[in-house]
Design a protein around this ligand. Sequence first.
Ligand code: THU
Length: 147
Amino acid sequence: MSAPLSQADKDALVAAARAVQHRAYAPYSGFHVGAALLTRDGKVHCGVNVENASYPVGACAERIAIGAAFTAGDRDIIAVAVATDAPIPVMPCGMCSQALFEVSPELLVIASGAGDQRREVRVRDVLPFAYQGEGLTPVEPKSETTR
Ligand code: THU
């Protein structure tokens, strides 16, 4: 899937994020988020937000989805859909944008809010000054293959 995403591709990804949204564990905020990542070869990996009584321990749907994709051995990700019921489509938070930027700065973010109102933006435009490891001495190449 190297051509730009079609409207049908985007709708299907948003539908995948919507389909898991009800599984969010959000007893503290009541804000249910579903995320769906699309790989270049058409696979979809989902995540929901998972909150915790110790609030900072909670994790956003986007980072849970990244974990699911990487665990499945899928790192070539081209788009993410984020489904919420917010009146304005919700962009990934700063921490998730940083995590998504590492996956790909070109990643297309499709945010879907109440009534499936949408906003689309590249993750590099959500977090233009994402940290890219400046000052770190890499211990292994980022392109390390899945074992
Ligand atoms: N949340 C996400 O899962 N993704 C976002 O893009 C924004 C916020 C979650 C974190 C927390 O569980 C709840 O929404 C309220 O902030």
